[in-house]
Design a protein around this ligand. Structure first.
Ligand code: GLN
Length: 440
């Protein structure tokens, strides 16, 4: 038999429904396999569609799903994180050996941290995005979620590499990620960002990171503080760039080509291409009928968060605001990238929390989008800078919730993340713990 891998609902699997947990893609079956799916099939994986997610990957809790919430297997009243919450839950609850997620601003790493598993966002361009439904094309990457670092290294080995069908995929050779695991990490340098200007980090999260630093020092790595002066602007920058790109990418869902279409005048629900051809309401043949159909479809098909992102993104791109928001955001993005270029002259990996808190309660942040957005404060800068980052378990809160730490490296140095992460795992046993699922 092969290895069971579950797949986030925004990665195309031929003939399988691919909905991005959105009503607007209800009934849409992918006409082809994403490149990562082709590669996994060739390697003998058994695919388990589908893992739940926030609609179009907009969110940090998997509460924004048209299919309903996913619960955290460590505490059923808590969110699993998001947007790849279904992927993280499936691995933590042992429903799959590994999972595919996507990460635009933290959507692999934050749920990995909340569920006590390993999650990797590769370098931008490391893994083909062909067949990934686009959220923010300059930030999106597909990556693995697994129980431990070795599995993540194995899965990324299969997924990574140049693909002519994705013009942003990088023609950079993929090194052996697995063989060097276990090599000495003595003398490697860890940078510890001075996180001034970042508030709301829980004391327990800081304590677990401090303890991890001690483990690394015992393993012979050196540690030194580093400055990332612009990352306190990362969340604001991200929510300009990501919403701008999302509003453009979501323009295609209009009821004509994909999935859901609002009821026509005759009260029939038209889903799928054959039914679409049968959209026979005479009113729809003139242009006002068509616009009515677009409006109805988008009103009914998108959830609240998707609408919020489309509105924000359309606003920041609109005439007169483009320079003030989008262009300025792009400039800050460059500064954040330069912060990392400087940092990686001084250290091999950067260590910081994955999220400021352990998993929060279901419903806790739903009515407060800003609080929800702030839970990505540590993950977003890796996407803006394009650098690889991995979350791995580094302990638990007093309440028994997993806490994750994040390692970041220079572009295409995933190998360093795996080596350093593996050394930490060998010295600790957090990755061996599993939630006591009460299924009775
Ligand atoms: N939580 C962030 C957002 O809501 C990141 C999502 C992601 O990485 N897809 O946009």
């Amino acid at each position: 038999g092969g290895i069971p891998i579950t797949v986030k609902d925004n990665i195309c699997i031929r003939d399988e429904e691919t909905t991005c947990a959105s009503r607007i893609l209800q009934g849409f079956r992918a006409p082809y396999d994403a490149t990562v799916i082709e590669r996994l099939r060739r390697a003998g994986a058994i695919l388990i569609p589908r893992a739940n997610m926030d609609e179009f990957a907009f969110g940090s809790s998997t509460e924004n799903s048209a299919f309903g919430v996913t619960r955290n297997p460590w505490a059923l009243d808590r969110v699993p994180g998001g947007s790849s919450g279904g992927s993280a839950t499936a691995v933590a609850a042992d429903l799959a050996i590994g999972a595919l997620g996507s990460d635009t601003g933290g959507s692999i790493r934050q749920p990995a941290a909340f569920c006590g598993v390993v999650g990797v966002k590769p370098t931008y361009g490391r893994v083909s995005r062909y067949g990934l439904v686009a959220f923010a094309s300059s930030l999106d990457q597909i990556g693995p979620l697994t129980k431990d670092v070795r599995d993540a290294a194995m899965l990324l080995s299969v997924m990574a590499g140049y693909d002519a069908r994705d013009s942003t995929s990088a023609p950079v050779e993929v090194p052996d990620y697995v063989a060097p695991l276990g090599q000495s990490v003595k003398g490697l340098r860890i940078g510890l960002p001075v996180l001034s200007g970042i508030e709301g980090v829980e004391a327990e999260v800081r304590q677990r990171i401090d303890e991890a630093v001690k483990v690394f020092e015992r393993l012979g790595l050196t540690t030194a503080p580093i400055e990332l002066p612009h990352i306190s602007h990362a969340v604001a920058t991200y929510y300009i760039i990501a919403t701008a790109e999302a509003s453009s990418n979501l323009a295609r869902y209009d009821g004509v080509r994909y999935g859901y279409r609002a009821m026509n005048g005759a009260g029939e629900k038209a889903v799928g291409s054959r039914q679409k051809a049968a959209f026979q309401d005479p009113a729809s043949r003139n242009s006002s009928g068509l616009i009515e159909m677009y409006l109805q479809t988008r009103t009914e098909g998108f959830g609240a968060e998707a609408k919020r992102r489309i509105l924000l993104g359309t606003y920041v791109l609109s005439q007169g605001y483009y320079e003030a928001y989008y262009l300025k955001g792009m400039k800050v993005r460059t500064l954040i990238k330069q912060d990392f270029d400087e940092a990686f002259k001084r250290c091999d990996v950067v260590l910081m929390p994955t999220a400021p808190t352990p998993a929060f309660r279901i419903g806790e942040k739903l009515d407060d989008p800003l609080q929800m957005y702030l839970s990505d404060i540590f993950t977003i800068s890796a996407n803006l800078a394009g650098v690889p980052a991995m979350s791995l378990p580094c302990g638990f809160s007093r309440e028994g919730l997993p806490i994750g730490m994040q390692l970041l490296a220079a572009p295409f140095r995933e190998d360093l993340l795996f080596r350093v992460g593996f050394a930490y795992e060998q010295a600790t046993d957090w990755h061996l713990r599993a939630p006591a699922l009460n299924t009775g």
